[in-house]
Design a protein. Structure first.
Length: 135
């Protein structure tokens, strides 16, 4: 039986335990099932109705900066930040590694055209899209 509500680390540990059983490779269903679970993409960042990861963008009209804050319940790890315009063209991209559960970036508003903009943050545990307007 699959246990619902397992985190990525718990899920991986559970699957390794299943894979060590003697008859695992004999049953093709078990093998296909494990591959499906291991190949799953980033998890939705919610647990019990509360967000485990969040992204906030502060883009005030009177300020020349855009502040991006990313927080997670544990170390973020490898992260990709992309700012896109309304047509989907990438205006800013940054890839790095956050060794804590919080990441803050301040971007110069003068580099971006005015209008509707989208911030996409992708990490190991989550993928969050946040829409905002540059005025």
């Amino acid at each position: 039986m699959v246990r619902a509500g397992l985190g990525s680390e718990e899920r991986t540990t559970y699957l390794w335990r299943i894979m060590r059983t003697p008859g695992f490779l004999v049953h093709p269903f078990s093998f296909a099932f494990a591959l499906t679970l291991l190949s799953a993409g980033p998890l939705q960042a919610t647990e019990g109705g509360e967000d485990k990861a969040s992204v906030s963008v502060q883009c005030a009209r009177g300020s020349g900066l855009i502040q991006v804050s990313v927080s997670n319940h544990r170390k973020i790890g490898k992260v990709l930040l992309e700012v896109k315009n309304a047509q989907g063209r990438v205006l800013y991209s940054e890839e790095g590694k956050a060794m804590t559960g919080e990441l803050v970036r301040r971007l110069d508003k003068g580099l971006f055209p005015r209008g509707a903009t989208t911030l996409e943050v992708t990490a190991r545990d989550f993928a969050i899209t946040h829409h905002f307007v540059i005025e």
